[in-house]
Design a protein around this ligand. Sequence first.
Ligand SMILES: Cc1cc2nc3c(=O)[nH]c(=O)nc-3n(C[C@H](O)[C@H](O)[C@H](O)COP(=O)(O)OP(=O)(O)OC[C@H]3O[C@@H](n4cnc5c(N)ncnc54)[C@H](O)[C@@H]3O)c2cc1C
Length: 369
Amino acid sequence: MSAPSAAGRNWAGNVIFRAPRFAAPTTLDALIELVGAARAVRAVGSRHTFSALADSDDLLVSVEAIPGAVTVHAERGTASVPAGLRYAEAARQLDAAGWALGAMASLPHITVAGAIATGTHGSGDAAGSLSDAVVALDILRADGELVTVHCGDDDLAGAVVALGALGVVTRVELSVEPSYRTTQVVDRGLAWDAALDDLEAVMGSADSVSLFTRWADPERIDQVWRKTRGETAPAPLSGAHRAGEAGHPLPDGPAENCTDQTGAAGPWFERLPHFRAEFTPSHGEELQSEFFVPRDRAVEAIQAVRALVRVIEAALAPFDARPHWGKVFTADPAALAGLYPRWADVAELRERWDPRGVFRNAQLAAWGL
Ligand SMILES: Cc1cc2nc3c(=O)[nH]c(=O)nc-3n(C[C@H](O)[C@H](O)[C@H](O)COP(=O)(O)OP(=O)(O)OC[C@H]3O[C@@H](n4cnc5c(N)ncnc54)[C@H](O)[C@@H]3O)c2cc1C
């Protein structure tokens, strides 16, 4: 059995945090004091990242206990959200005020700051990552200063998907829009050949499209989950059949953990995620990897993975695939640096914001960050 850890473990249980201290201050002043006195600090959210990215040599700190509510700024179409709020709660408060987010991840259990820090995303041709909605951030830096970075500031681009490396985010201002309704349907058995013949049509057939497969049937995609704004569900995909009963993205997963798939319209925040907030998403014991390839090479990349199935990173290397920062991958610093034209700018930003390396940790070092 692993030794008990002051800072606990991540959601999947594959990482026991080594940080000797964990704190969840209940006021901003207490947070400032803690960060100022610590030798090394990392912020942690709801712990859904699959690596030791959030771990610290000294203090692991959560902002979830600092009280606060969503405040809508209707005149500028934005909302201020406490950084430690989970998306489920942020969405509930926004909807109660008549407002909505444009996108959500598959699970609403994650914190706003933790999700945007790793570039977490939902799905859909027109949907950006959750970080795209950020118009301003309040960040507590290692020098004790609480800095607001706004849209238009040079540092915003590097401060949003920052992997916790610049400081502790305490507030996020997000773009919002009037509340809307959405439908969700699941089709099964779509032939790979049909999908790859016109992938653009499949991906454009709804506002959000996710393909799930175990590769068990080499010819067919197990499930296509689609979500569309409004009251009308998307038509079945040609060659696939509409799932007769509710399911789960994993073959043996409990359907009741998932959002409505009947095609009946409902509130945006009860359809955009795949998983319902009141249940554990997925199994709680899996590991996930994820890579992003340029859209115009998507068909080739899928074909390469279909051919190999298991040796995924090697198969995706020719496509300059960028790993998801919150998931499992093995790329070394040189390989990562080659994938990002502004890699050097990130190093410069971090050096300027955190010259003593208070927010650096072993995981970031292993990636050359
Ligand atoms: C079952 C499951 C399903 C998932 N589905 C999706 C999906 O649909 N789409 C997707 O893109 N990803 C998905 N993920 C990955 C997940 O969204 C990311 O790992 C996300 O970062 C988790 O957020 P968190 O609040 O748990 O952050 P944590 O894992 O706790 O932390 C992540 C990073 O954020 C930093 N951080 C946290 N809080 C703060 C703060 N206040 N200030 C500064 N930095 C901070 C941490 O230091 C760390 O670097 C999934 C993960 C799981 C387990």
